[in-house]
Design a protein around this ligand. Structure first.
Ligand code: SF4
Length: 316
């Protein structure tokens, strides 16, 4: 194991439910035991986690094992009815995608969802995975953060592990989307949102929103797939991250720590350590390191391997 690689992921996203399949209570318990034993620091439970009948014991197990736990919710009434049973130490995120339809944001619906959480004595943060053509809605979402005094807004990495078809690439934002957002920000500016904790996975998006984050970036050091990050799907398959749809193995039959030592995992890290095609000689490479490698590997078909949101090499 090279000295600069971790022997277990620090942060895991975990899709608990899928329409056709969900793990049994015993299987959840087995995977959670592996996560806590490996010292995983943060677990984000996603994909309708509250619909799993074993959600409460799972939360108790992860929390008592020392994990920080977050849950991503849609804000459906059925979820709200279960909020009371969720420990207060669990962070709650409302997925804004439930309020976005055909490129339009249903602001009233999102505001109402936040209000319902607050009526239940919970203060959720927002989370959003923008699709192609949707990035301008980010300004509307920031306005909601400002007017509703939302405490946190997270723009995580794009999730493609459950759908690795190349054709899904047309769903993802690209550098033209980013340019469109940059023009809008240039003309209308960013709102003032005192106290907002903004977490932006993508370096290029973060750079545009930097004034809102006070210049601080909590999560970077190059692509963390198969090192600081991992992802588990609803069948127990372990992935390098949710943007890298190449399973490392099955946690129901193999141990997380063993899977993190395999040749397949090391090969992924070797690929990530290479300068991507299209990044050679870029003056920003030392801070960018080529951006998100998973999206590029599986969703870019023009031969280039630099981040989907990067339009060109940079020169000082
Ligand atoms: S070309 Fe773009 S993706 Fe590659 S290192 Fe430079 S800024 Fe990053």
């Amino acid at each position: 194991m090279p000295v600069d690689l971790l022997d277990a992921p620090l942060r895991i996203s975990w899709d608990l439910c899928a329409t056709e399949k969900q793990l049994s209570s015993a299987q959840l318990r087995s995977i959670a035991q592996q996560l806590t034993a490996a010292g995983v620091f943060y677990v984000s439970l996603e994909n309708n986690p509250l619909t799993h009948p074993a959600i409460k014991p799972l939360l108790e197990q992860l929390l008592s094992g020392g994990c920080q736990v977050a849950i991503v919710l849609n804000g459906e009434p059925a979820e709200l009815a279960l909020l009371e049973s969720i420990p207060r130490s669990v962070s709650l995120f409302v997925d804004c995608a439930a309020a976005v339809h055909a490129g339009q944001l249903d602001q009233a619906r999102l505001r109402q969802t936040v209000a319902r959480f607050r009526a239940a004595q919970r203060d959720p943060a927002l989370l959003w995975l923008p699709r192609h053509g949707e990035l301008p809605l980010l300004l509307d979402l920031l306005d909601i953060c400002a007017s509703e005094a939302v405490r946190g807004f997270k723009l995580p990495n794009q999730k493609i592990s459950v759908n690795s078809e190349q054709t899904s690439s047309f769903l993802l934002p690209d550098c033209n989307d980013l340019e469109q957002l940059a023009v809008l920000i240039e003309s209308s500016g960013l709102p003032e949102i005192p106290g907002l904790q903004l977490e932006v996975h993508d370096l290029f998006l973060w750079q545009l929103l930097q004034p809102l984050s006070g210049g601080k970036r909590s999560e970077y050091g190059g692509c963390q797939a198969a090192d600081g990050l991992g992802h588990i799907d609803a069948t127990g398959l372990l992935y390098p991250c949710s943007s890298w749809p190449e399973p490392l193995g099955q946690l129901l039959t193999d141990n997380l720590l063993d899977l993190w030592q395999t040749a397949r995992r090391l090969e992924i890290r070797r690929q990530i350590s290479q300068v991507p095609v299209g990044c050679e000689g870029c003056s920003d490479y030392p801070i960018c390191l080529g951006g998100c490698r998973g999206l590029v590997k599986f969703c870019r078909d023009d031969g280039l391997k630099r981040d989907l949101l990067c339009s060109a090499r940079r020169t000082v």
